[in-house]
Structures are given as structure tokens and as C-alpha cells.
Write a protein that binds this ligand. Structure first.
Ligand code: SAM
Length: 386
């Protein structure tokens, strides 16, 4: 199958059927059930068949969901202004993880050029063939842009990851009779279903790494289900290793909460959601390979893993607070302007900033190694809330 071309519904269904069969065989080979993270990994990233590996349009109106860089250029331009003072302390490189359509890269490079801030190289690490195809079409002529197949061993520059960690497979934990079980995936009569298994010691240590130290299990209701993020924390550790020898920072933007808000007793079903053609629902077994599966991030665990791996938390803020401190208002037209372009920009800013849209649910975390935080970061920082 060629990547980069939209699939017809018939072809899409065939791809999903092949993926289901493959996953069902693997579950059988594994003895009847697998961790949810294995299922999510295959559903999203199985070569040629997984959601991000296949040919369907994912981002934008014709796809399944819209991200901040896809709304317009405001997000990217403001982000460029925020990273400019950090970038100039480093070896002038940017590394973007999961770069979507490439629009964020294009906007960030254009804004930094306009500000006179040098970018020596813009690397992209993209797991999705379809998205890499779109990125090459948009950015292929800029010889600063290069596509990587793995994280470099060492790096001095700025890492950008917008809505990447939420797409990293999660494990599910379920509380039964006051004891954590691992919610796994089984297959019965050709249908995937959840199966709660006794937790291994490895799983229990991963739960302990995520949950707040002072959590009272008896305050959580029977059957409480939540996510833990060992793979995302593994990615943080890998970034820290890569950043350990140079001056560098990583800007992570995603939806999520601090641990004490994540593991609230009333959040009984966790945060797992699926996106299919702009419909949001909670069934990860619907059309495997054709829908996005995602979970919110536990920013406390990310900060703790980063610090334990040698990075500093330079800033943790709501997206609205971060963008405001970084000067988004300066990019908006004056109040008197009433033309269509101005109206569109104001609408875009509302989406990015409004607490009812992306302003509060999305957070920005900046991790650093051997770099001085800028005034912007110091002003926006709310890391005391972690
Ligand atoms: C929801 S999309 C976000 C795309 C883009 N950043 C945006 O904001 O429009 C998630 C992206 O993360 C990528 N991704 C997931 N895990 C990754 C990893 N370990 N390294 C690099 N990219 C990853 C996926 O391939 C996908 O491109």
C-alpha cells in the first residue's frame, strides 16, 4: 500500500480487518491477553496498517481531529518567540517529534527567520509515513529540514513536541477489591474486550511511579479505571539522555493534568478517548487502525522523571498563560480592524486561549539542560501546581 494517499472506505475497512486479524493472532500467541499498551501500539503504529502508519488523512477538516498548529499560524509564531532566547544559547538546532503536516515547522522557521534568529538545522522524527509524505511536500525545499529515523545520541538545541506524548501507548489500571489489576485486552469470538488481570510487580511499580504518594486507595470507587504512562516516561528518559551533554531544552505541549488532578476519585473511567472523523468517543476497539486513540498526560510524573534523569523543569503553564507571556497578543490585529482576516485571527486566538477550548486543558512544559530560563518562562511558570 502506498502511503500519502487517501484510502477509500472499502480499502480502509480491509486494512482494519487485516489489522484486527493480526492483533487477534498476537493475543492468542501471548496466551489469551496482552497489556492495553501493546494493543494501542499496534492499533496506532503497526507498519502499513496502524492509524499513524497507514494512508488515511488524520489532521485537519478532512481527517479526524485538529491540533493547534493546524488552526493557523498564531500558535507557531508565538512558540517561535518563546523559544528564540533559548535557541540562541544552544547549537541552533531544532528537533520536532511527530511534526504533523509540517505546518508548525514551516511557521516556526519563518518566524525565527523574521526575528533574525539563526536555525542551523531542523530535524523531524516522524513515525507516520502519511504525515512524513505531507511534511516533505511542504518543507522539502528548505535544506535545513532533515528527517531522522531515531533520536540522535547527543543534541544541543530545542526539542518541540506538540500533542506527541498523548499518542504514546498507555497501560490501564483497574481497582478491584482495593487492589490494582492490569486491564488487558483479550479477543473472544473475533471481538476485542477488556480483561482485568492480576498485576505483576513491574506493573505495580509503574503504578507507584505515576500515582501521587499520598493517594488514598479507599477513597477511589470500586472498578476505578485510569491510565499510567511508562512508555511516555521512557521517552522522557531517552530525551534526557540525548540532551545530557549539551545546552538544550524541550518544549512539550499536550493535554493533561498534575497527578493530584489526574487521579481524582470522580474521574472513574480515566481519560482515554478516540477520534474518528471529528467524533469523540471512548471505545478503543472501534475500527482499529482507522481511529486515533489518546490519553491525557500526567505532568507530575513527566516532571519527576525529567528531574530524576538530569533535566530541570524550567516552566509548567496552561497553554493560555504560556502563549500570553510569550506575546501572542502582539500578533493580533488592533480592536478597530473589522476585516475578515482580523476576525479569523481573533477566532483562532480564542480557540488557543479560551479556558473552554484549549487554553486550560492544554499545558506547556519546558525541560532544560544547562540553559537559562527566559523572562517569558519565569513569568508563565506555575510548576508549584505540579
Ligand atoms: C496527534 S499527532 C500530533 C501531530 C503534530 N505535532 C500536530 O500538533 O499537529 C501525534 C504525532 O506524534 C507522533 N509520535 C508518537 N510517538 C512518537 C515518538 N515516540 N517519536 C516521534 N513521534 C511520535 C505520531 O506519529 C504523530 O505524528
Amino acid at each position: 500500500m502506498m502511503t500519502g494517499f487517501p484510502l477509500s472506505d472499502h480499502d480502509a475497512q480491509k486494512v482494519s480487518d487485516r489489522l484486527c486479524q493480526l492483533i487477534a493472532n498476537r493475543i492468542q500467541e501471548a496466551g489469551g491477553c496482552v497489556p492495553f499498551s501493546d494493543y494501542m501500539q499496534w492499533a496506532l503504529y503497526e507498519p502499513m496498517l496502524g492509524y499513524y502508519a497507514g494512508g488515511s488523512s488524520k489532521l485537519g477538516k478532512a481527517g479526524d481531529f485538529v491540533t493547534a498548529p493546524e488552526l493557523g499560524d498564531l500558535f507557531g509564531r508565538t512558540l517561535a518567540r518563546a523559544i528564540a532566547p533559548l535557541l540562541s544559547q544552544t547549537d541552533a538546532q531544532i528537533l520536532e517529534l511527530g511534526a504533523g503536516t509540517g505546518r508548525l515547522a514551516k511557521t516556526v522557521l519563518a518566524e525565527l527567520d523574521a526575528l533574525g534568529v539563526r536555525v542551523r538545522q531542523y530535524g523531524i522524527l516522524e513515525l507516520s509515513g502519511e504525515l512524513q509524505f505531507r511534511q516533505r511536500r511542504l518543507l522539502g525545499k528548505d535544506n535545513r529540514v532533515q528527517w531522522l529515523s531515531a533520536l540522535p545520541e547527543t543534541f544541543s538545541g530545542i526539542v518541540i513536541a506538540n500533542e506527541v506524548l498523548d499518542a504514546v501507548p498507555v497501560k490501564l489500571a483497574c481497582l478491584k477489591n482495593g487492589v490494582w489489576h492490569e486491564r488487558c485486552v483479550a479477543c473472544q469470538d473475533g471481538q476485542f474486550r477488556f480483561k482485568d488481570c492480576l498485576a505483576s510487580s513491574v506493573f505495580l511499580s509503574q503504578v507507584a511511579e505515576s500515582l501521587p504518594q499520598d493517594i488514598v486507595l479507599s477513597a477511589l470507587p470500586e472498578g476505578y479505571v485510569t491510565e499510567i504512562h511508562p512508555h511516555a516516561l521512557g521517552l522522557i528518559r531517552s530525551l534526557a539522555t540525548m540532551m545530557a551533554t549539551g545546552k538544550s531544552a524541550a518544549v512539550l505541549v499536550d493535554y493533561g493534568f498534575p497527578a493530584h488532578e489526574y487521579y481524582l476519585p470522580e474521574r472513574t473511567e480515566g481519560t482515554l478517548v478516540c477520534h474518528y472523523r471529528h467524533q469523540v468517543h471512548d471505545n478503543p476497539f472501534y475500527l482499529p487502525g482507522l481511529q486515533d486513540i489518546t490519553a491525557h498526560l500526567n505532568f507530575t510524573a513527566v516532571a519527576e522523571k525529567a528531574e530524576a534523569s538530569g533535566l530541570d523543569v524550567l516552566c509548567y503553564a496552561g497553554q493560555a498563560g504560556f502563549l500570553m507571556a510569550s506575546g501572542i497578543m502582539e500578533l493580533l490585529p488592533s480592536m478597530e480592524k473589522k476585516d475578515a482576516v482580523s476576525a479569523r485571527l481573533v477566532q483562532e486566538a480564542m480557540k488557543l486561549l479560551s479556558p473552554a477550548e484549549m487554553g486550560e486543558l492544554f499545558k506547556v512544559m519546558v525541560l532544560g539542560h544547562d540553559v537559562q530560563p527566559s523572562e517569558t518562562l519565569l513569568q508563565a511558570d506555575r510548576s508549584g501546581r505540579l
